[in-house]
Design a binder for this molecule. Structure first.
Ligand code: FES
Length: 418
């Protein structure tokens, strides 16, 4: 009887164990299915959101010129102002890739033709309420009596104010950050070249990216820094955001700045000494000399061309690095005659002459230009005789029988209507 009781008890215990085990397995399976469903549901929601976002972007995109109203103007420093722009039609805006720019057509009193200029977008590309450009007032250096103040930037600074309406083309440009990537990024900015970097940083912040970001920001002195409090806040908010300033002529202002301050110009050596990772994507924007030294320095350090992105800033705003002789097709001693019919001038073009626009400017021939990157169409010039080839694909439509001189080189003997 005693043993029978023990056997019954053992059977009950075994049943209980089996039952408990089954329960545990069932609960685990339910949890697993639930988490799987959660992941699938999130994916579905993300897909729907992405599709809707794309749909909205397409719906709110525009081609040609669109009217924008200046919503507000903010002084960022003694020489840089930010202009917040909203569509005059009251509709939303499409997102843009951080690093891209806007093209403006300015009707400046006293100037017969509209002036076309491009300025980088400086705020997050992931919002639809406004666009922001931050523009430096271009003052001719006293050391150069021939130089004149920048027509467009002075117009922005001195004449335009809240409520004014401007003609604006949609964001464009090939210098932009792929926010879907995960690689560390190193941003090297000189002066107002920090504006596209601000757009990149703000976009990453807005989408909640955890990406490692290094910003090396060079100016003459602390007075010329813009949005330094904002950048300082970013470096506090994000562990992976490293901010370093460089002051080439600190003078009486010293080097006290939010973030660390370094004397001198930014160089490849200095950024790596400060800890920039070699296995990163590099974005460089600033004066031509800084860009050249950084691009060649990175090349020497073995960084592949595909990971080096650059855009230079000239007096007219953006001046893309597309026209550099080293990216022109086949360096050779061959020369090609190019005649500018209206100016009655013929030059012997060689690969060192750069694009047709640069060659014309070097010969003292005026061709209107804006983006200098094949986007705005301002430099469109009729080809009377001969053929051209492009050093990169034009972004804007090219009329038959004409060429965009800012990205074109002669293929054959050429005659242009300029
Ligand atoms: S200057 Fe804009 S397309 Fe040539």
């Amino acid at each position: 009887m005693y043993y029978l009781g023990l056997i019954i008890l053992a059977l009950v215990v075994i049943q209980l164990v089996v039952f408990s085990y089954e329960q545990i397995v069932r609960v685990r399976r339910t949890r697993y299915i639930f988490s799987l469903e959660k992941v699938l549901l999130k994916k579905k929601i993300d897909n729907v959101v992405a599709q809707n976002t794309k749909k909205n972007d397409a719906e709110w995109a525009w081609s040609g010129w669109r009217k924008f109203r200046i919503k507000s103007v903010v002084n960022e420093s003694s020489h840089i102002k930010s202009f917040y722009l909203v569509p005059h039609d009251g509709k939303k805006l499409p997102r843009f890739n951080p690093g891209q720019y806007l093209t403006f057509r300015l009707k400046i009193p006293g100037i017969s033709k509209p002036v076309v200029r491009c300025y980088s977008l400086s705020d997050s590309g992931d919002q639809r309420e406004h666009y922001r450009v931050s523009i430096r007032k271009q003052i001719a250096p006293a050391s150069d009596p021939e130089a004149i103040d920048g027509i467009a930037s002075c117009y922005f600074h001195q004449a335009l104010e809240e409520g004014d309406i401007l003609d604006v083309k949609a964001p464009t440009g090939k210098f932009w950050l792929d926010i879907t990537e995960k690689t560390p990024i190193v941003l090297v900015a000189g002066g107002v070249g920090v504006t596209p970097m601000l757009s990149m940083i703000n976009t990453l912040d807005q989408i909640g990216s955890k990406r490692e970001v290094w910003l090396f920001y060079g100016v003459k002195n602390i007075e010329q820094l813009i949005m330094s409090d904002h950048l300082k806040q970013m470096s506090i908010k994000h562990n992976g955001f490293h901010l370093h300033h460089f002051f080439s002529a600190p003078g009486t202002f010293g080097v006290r700045a939010p973030g660390s301050g370094n004397h001198g110009h930014i160089s490849c050596e200095s950024i790596f000494q400060l800890g920039a990772p070699l296995a990163a994507d590099f974005y460089i924007c600033g004066p031509g000399a800084m860009m050249d030294s950084m691009v060649s320095g990175l090349h020497v350090h073995g960084v592949s061309e595909a990971r080096v992105h650059f855009e230079s800033f000239g007096p007219a705003g953006i001046n893309r690095g597309v026209a550099k002789p080293e990216v022109l097709p086949e360096k050779s001693e061959t020369t090609i005659p190019v005649t500018f019919g209206l100016s009655d001038k013929t030059i012997m073009w060689s690969s060192a002459s750069g694009t047709l626009l640069e060659a014309a400017e070097a010969a003292g021939i005026q061709i209107e230009s804006g983006c200098r990157a094949g986007s705005c169409g301002t430099c469109l010039t009729a080809v009377i005789e001969g053929e051209v080839s492009y050093i990169e694909d034009p972004d804007s439509d090219v009329e038959k029988g004409s060429c965009l001189t800012c990205i074109a080189v002669p293929k054959t003997k050429l005659r242009l209507n300029a």
